[in-house]
Design a protein around this ligand. Structure first.
Ligand code: NAD
Length: 460
């Protein structure tokens, strides 16, 4: 047992070793109040920065992230336990997000609307101080999806990273100031969600909360934000289907399926954790899938060859393991290292009843279920039989069918003969209890601006 820490200190662990990586100060509600005050004080000057200067600043932030890509990737890989190759890709995306939204300040266009007696037109105004609350699975990437459009639109920001993975957010804020972002425009507060996150949600001077995290916490944020009629964007959980028709390229579908559910050790809101396979293809698909799953390299996140790292914490490993108890129908498993660290081998469960807990709940770990279906109608019904609606894949050689199914699925982000969900230029977000609002692409700016209508009387 470690000696207990002073309440103002946060121990940040390295999931691959379970050792302490850093100790940093832990904020409380009064620190949130100070951060909101700093952001509020910086707002009027930041919104007044000319669009071209704001664009240039965002480009400089993008370049600065690129210059520090390896440093940030190492920090993220160690703190979140993710493979270094993935972490480099994620930091590349952070730079790309700022580069993409550097095009926005000069393109926040309005409409002119024909009316009688004058001219009506619309402008887009920033909201003010926005509170960003993010999870531990893609710490800086998800923060960037929010910071990019928020800052581009002229808002100031208070960012609350997850307690388990605050390090890249803290470093990013320093780099942004080095790149020229004025003091007070971006503020990072590291502390518990129930204290610091909750204070941001209730704070009267915060205009909007953009939240990514669990559906359960999302519900409490929506309820809390209602008290001050805050704008809210919610990116929540998922239980996404990967539908494989018998006429698909089965080798390609099976080779890609592990990456779609075991990537980031399954700690991915878009994880295709329900693999639905048309029955005539089941045996061939399972044989290919077993080969792919047992070949996954699970190990040290800092080794270039690693494809999957540990889970984020001991507590989370326990909750994942509860889905693979003694009676679980394990079809096959990959490997995982012994020793310290929060390791869990990639696991495929089959046969599984669609009503089983493993088939219905978000596991958020490297556990997939495989379920058979008869025809297109049953595939759509099973895929939609969930409270979630974030993402999904359709594998078929029949383009018409693939498009019909994509249109019939109640989910925000779908891919055909591919498992990708996220691109900087395309909108991302959920249907049903996976949340509301869209991030990324041109649509994200709608979530960080208000439309104002102005009428200028010219006389009749
Ligand atoms: P979480 O909901 O426990 O925490 C997310 C963030 O909310 C953290 O910063 C946490 O400190 C904060 N928080 C916790 N309680 C709070 C409260 N009462 N008020 C305000 N803030 C509070 O989620 P997590 O365990 O960090 O992440 C895993 C979840 O995130 C999964 O359900 C996953 O599906 C979801 N997720 C969704 C997306 C998406 O884009 N849809 C992306 C990644 C993760």
């Amino acid at each position: 047992m470690r000696p207990s820490l002073p309440s103002g200190v946060l121990e940040v662990l390295e999931p691959a070793t379970a050792a302490v990586l850093q100790e940093i100060p832990r904020a409380d509600a009064s620190e949130v109040d100070r951060a909101v005050a700093r952001a509020a004080a910086a707002f009027s000057a930041w919104r007044a920065v000319s669009p071209s200067d704001r664009a240039m600043l965002l480009r400089r932030i993008s370049d600065t992230v690129t210059d520090h890509l390896e440093e940030l990737a190492q920090l993220e890989a160690r703190n979140a336990g993710k493979p270094i190759g993935d972490a480099r890709g994620e930091m590349g995306m952070v730079a790309q997000v700022f580069s993409y939204y550097s095009g926005s300040p000069e393109r926040l266009l309005g409409d002119t609307i024909p009316v009688t007696g004058g001219q009506a037109f619309t402008v887009r105004e920033p909201l003010g101080v926005v509170g960003l609350i993010v999870p531990w699975n893609f710490p800086l990437t998800i923060a960037a999806w929010k910071m990019g459009p928020a800052l581009a639109a002229g808002n100031t920001v208070v960012l609350k990273p997850a307690e388990l993975t605050p390090l890249t957010a803290v470093r990013f804020a320093e780099l942004a100031v080095e790149a020229g972002l004025p003091e007070g425009v971006l503020n990072v507060v590291v502390g518990p969600g129930s204290v610091c996150g909750a204070r941001l949600v209730e704070h009267p001077d915060v205009a909007k909360i953009a939240f990514t995290g669990s559906t359960e916490v999302g519900r409490s944020i929506a309820a809390g934000a209602a008290q001050t009629i805050k704008r809210v964007t919610l990116e929540l959980g998922g239980k996404s289907p990967n539908i494989v028709f018998a006429d698909a390229d089965l080798a390609a579908a099976a080779a890609a399926a592990p990456g779609a559910v075991f990537g980031n050790a399954g700690q991915d809101c878009c994880a295709r954790s329900r693999i639905l396979v048309q029955r005539p293809a089941m045996d061939a698909f399972m044989a290919e899938l077993e080969r792919a799953v047992t070949a996954i390299q699970v190990g040290d996140p800092l080794d270039d060859a690693t494809e999957m790292g540990p889970l984020i914490s001991a507590g989370h490993r326990e909750s994942v393991a509860a889905f693979v108890d003694d009676g679980a129908p394990v079809a096959f498993r990959g490997s995982a290292p012994d020793g310290p660290g929060f390791w869990f081998a990639p696991t495929v469960l089959c046969p599984v009843d669609p009503d089983d807990r493993a088939a219905r709940e978000e596991i958020f770990g490297p556990v997939a279920v495989v379920i058979g279906f008869e025809d297109e109608e049953e595939a759509v019904r099973m895929a939609n039989d969930t409270m979630y609606g974030l993402s999904g894949s359709i594998w078929s050689g029949d383009g018409g069918r693939a498009l019909r199914v994509a249109r019939a699925l109640d989910a925000g982000v779908l891919s055909i003969n591919s498992n990708t969900s996220v691109r900087v230029a395309t909108p991302f977000g959920g249907f049903k209890q996976s949340g509301y609002g869209r991030e990324l692409g041109p649509h994200a700016l709608d979530a960080y601006t208000e439309v104002k209508s102005i009428f200028f009387a010219t006389g009749v």
